[in-house]
Design a protein around this ligand. Structure first.
Ligand code: HDE
Length: 712
């Protein structure tokens, strides 16, 4: 019988059956062996005040299970949040691939997506400056396809051999286990400054991409070049892109630091609540498709994961949409136990010789063996294929399938030759018949050697405010390092990428840019190779600027699910409040009443309103915009709270949209907002239209240079 994974239109009963979910409502409590329990509060004792008895199997079972509840966290990407959804294809791509996922237009393929940070532990804060994982499990009719990507289009290293070094350098330092979920320390910069291939991805990590406003507002990238194979065995190269319908947006570093303290679960909560409220996040899937014959057309190597293919050179073709519409029922069973693997592909998709990808193909199954403890991890409900699984793999720990029959080998006659093999024409998997004719070498291709041109392209492509943020990030991170020789090496390298960038960072950290650096600086070379081939090499400028690399877009983003704080107390003006609230909610924004006291407050019309957050328990950094309605009593009460002024000052500092209606102008004049009267996102009239327009642009970054002196 063919199993079916849930799509949003399947019945709840069907979903539970496949996913092995258990709803305990109206059920008696039992032991793991099904025995009904009569007393769950007291252990079995020799007398009420006597010793506990070893025979108490109920106590022993409960404690033993508890003792073993934790499994090893992921060695990287330990901190994650996930959701269910589906992918829908716009157009038939059978000219390129035979994968049903990309040829059956309109079919909904179920997905499970896990977002993560890389460096921090499972319990670390969400707003760490870090690359985000963006891993998608497609439950296709032809088996599982995992697109295990990140929110940057490139990676730090070119060859899997260096992955443990990269991760060891960024993880907390081994002597004192400091710092948690932070790259701003000596070991990381020691490695980065010696391994120049890291510089491109590092530049992305110093950009706003590494502190997203929401997991729902990030791009995703498969990074490696993969192959698509069609029914004729023809191959095209492909790179995968996810483009969020909500736009790509970030917070400032100052906000990130504050959010980490005030709500370390900020991203997790944001994703969860958006889905609960029906604001289902969506991404369009884009493909960059490159014909076989164009493999060597570019001034970089397609197999090099530290290089992106600018969209100006190969446009991104939008082919479908992914919607996340259901939160997991159980964090551990789903988000923690999901096992992704770039080697999970389906017929019609294939690998390339990218040496980073090739190493990953080994690593992911290997890690599941220690993390999930058994080669049967594919039997966990979240990892199960919806295509039927039949083979002669047997046994091992925690096997749940009960295979029938005697034949567990192939060929066999006892089992009628089953399970039988499938012809390629009948859906059997085939690999691209790539010609391989070469010497066995331990080397890096010369075509991988340019480590500077794309970081320079990225920097050139940023807007002025993005460059300022990046300069701030480098200054912060290097400022936290202790060893001058490491910082100097970084300045030397930055100077090769962009001298104005290096100069600003050098001024900020108070260290001169060195003219020369002693010793080799390119770890790609082996002991017997010529050190003169090392970086930095000459910059190539094949493109002045790539618009896709910048987050600075003229197009407004939808404001649905944006959080708007309304600062009020008893007696606030209902008319102005309602006008804004209605207009904002009509666009899907969430209006939250923030007031000095919790509970219920009444407005000018005597109506009762439930307070969403007490001023003392919330922070300006949780909201995208603020408005303060008129109302003498309300404004007077707010004016007495130091937190009100801090709240407003922070909103101004973080370039947010803010409106002071009627008498609330008094609060504008008590805060730094009085210095921003001509600002295009600071309002004093009663029209929500302009407020919404400003919010749709995310922030007024033009304000930022004037906020430097704001002391919050
Ligand atoms: Fe991973 N990576 N990785 N990685 N990776 C893991 O697998 C590894 C790389 C990525 O939400 C681990 O199940 C090696 C690139 C994501 O569960 C581990 C190399 C990209 C996730 C592993 C890389 C990624 C992982 C840890 C270099 C972007 C989280 C737990 C050869 C394209 C998936 C696990 C999730 C997880 C190894 C490089 C993305 C240890 C050896 C490049 C999103 O197997």
């Amino acid at each position: 019988m063919k199993k079916d994974m849930p799509t949003s239109n399947q019945s709840a009963k069907q979903k539970d059956l496949v996913r092995n979910t258990l709803d305990s409502s109206d059920k008696p409590m039992t032991t793991d062996q099904g025995v009904k329990i009569n007393n769950d509060a007291n252990s079995l004792k020799a007398g009420e005040r006597g010793a506990s008895l070893l025979e108490d199997f109920i106590l022993r079972e409960k404690i033993t299970h508890f003792d073993h509840e934790r499994i090893p966290e992921r060695i990287v990407h330990a901190r994650g949040s996930a959701a269910h959804g589906f992918f829908e294809l716009y157009e038939d791509l059978s000219a390129y691939t035979r994968a049903g996922l990309f040829t059956k237009v309109g079919q909904k393929t179920p997905v499970f997506v896990r977002f993560s940070t890389v460096a921090g532990s499972k319990g670390s804060a969400d707003l760490a400056r870090d690359i985000r994982g963006f891993a998608v499990k497609f439950y296709t009719d032809e088996g599982i396809f995992d697109l295990v990507g990140n929110n940057t289009p490139v990676f730090f290293i070119q060859d899997a051999m260096k992955f443990p070094d990269l991760i060891h350098s960024v993880k907390p330092e081994p002597d004192n286990e400091i710092p948690q979920a932070a790259s701003a320390h000596d070991t990381f910069y020691d490695f980065v400054s010696l391994a120049t291939e890291t510089l491109h991805n590092h530049m992305w990590a110093m950009s706003d991409r590494a502190i997203p406003r929401s997991l729902r507002m990030m791009e995703g990238f498969g990074i490696h070049t993969f192959r698509l194979l069609n029914n004729h065995g023809e191959s095209h190269f492909v790179r995968f892109h996810w483009k969020p319908d909500l736009g790509v947006h970030s917070v400032t570093w100052d906000e990130a630091v504050k959010i980490n303290g005030a709500d370390p679960d900020f991203h997790r909560r944001d994703l969860w609540e958006a889905i609960e409220q029906g604001h289902f996040p969506t991404w369009e899937l884009g493909l960059q498709i490159i014909p076989e014959e164009d493999e060597h057309r570019f001034e970089f190597d397609l197999l090099d994961a530290t290089k992106l293919i600018p969209e100006e050179l190969v446009p991104v073709r939008i082919v479908g949409k992914m919607t996340l519409d259901r939160n997991p029922d159980n964090f551990f069973a789903e988000t923690e136990q999901v096992a992704f693997h770039p080697g999970h592909i389906v017929p019609g998709i294939d690998f390339t010789n990218d040496p980073l990808l090739q190493g990953r193909l080994f690593s992911y199954t290997d890690t599941q063996l220690s993390r999930l403890g058994s080669p049967n991890f594919h039997e966990l409900p979240i990892n199960r294929s919806i295509a039927e699984v039949n083979n002669n793999q047997r046994d091992a720990q925690m096997r749940t399938t009960i295979n029938k029959g005697k034949a567990a080998y192939h060929p066999n006659s006892i089992g009628g030759g089953c399970p039988f093999l499938s012809k390629i024409a009948d859906g059997g998997f085939n690999s691209y018949e790539e010609r391989v004719d070469s010497k066995k070498v331990r080397a890096r291709s010369a075509s991988f050697k340019d480590h500077f041109s794309q970081p320079a392209l990225f920097y050139r492509s940023l807007s002025a405010w993005e460059k300022e943020h990046l300069i701030g990030a480098y200054s912060f991170e290097l400022g936290k390092c202790q060893i001058d020789a490491i910082k100097s090496r970084m300045l030397y390298l930055l100077n090769h990428i962009d001298s104005s960038l290096a100069k600003r960072v050098s001024d900020n950290i108070g260290l001169a840019i060195p003219k020369k650096i002693e010793g080799p600086m390119n770890m790609n070379i082996g002991a017997d190779e010529d050190p003169s081939t090392q970086q930095p090499g000459k910059l190539k400028n094949y493109l002045e600027r790539s618009a896709a690399l910048s987050q600075d877009k003229e197009k407004p983003s939808p404001i649905a699910s944006r959080q708007v704080a309304v600062l009020v107390d008893h007696g606030f003006d209902m008319k102005g409040f309602e006008k804004f609230k209605k207009a904002l909610e009509a666009e899907g924004a969430s209006v939250k009443i923030v007031s000095p006291s919790g509970g219920i407050i009444s407005c000018s019309q005597g109506m009762k309103h439930k307070v969403d957050a007490q001023l003392s328990t919330t922070e300006s950094v949780f909201y995208d915009a603020v408005f303060i309605p008129c109302g003498e009593k309300s404004v007077a009460s707010l004016a007495e709270q130091g937190k009100t002024i801090k709240f407003i000052n922070e909103a101004i500092k973080h370039c947010k949209t803010i409106a002071f209606l009627g008498k609330a102008v008094k609060l504008r004049d008590l805060s730094v907002a009085k210095d921003f009267l001509d600002d295009k996102a600071v309002f004093t009239d009663g029209s929500p239209k302009d407020f919404i327009k400003a919010l749709a642009m995310h922030r007024n970054w033009e304000r930022e240079p004037h906020t430097v002196k704001i002391a919050v």
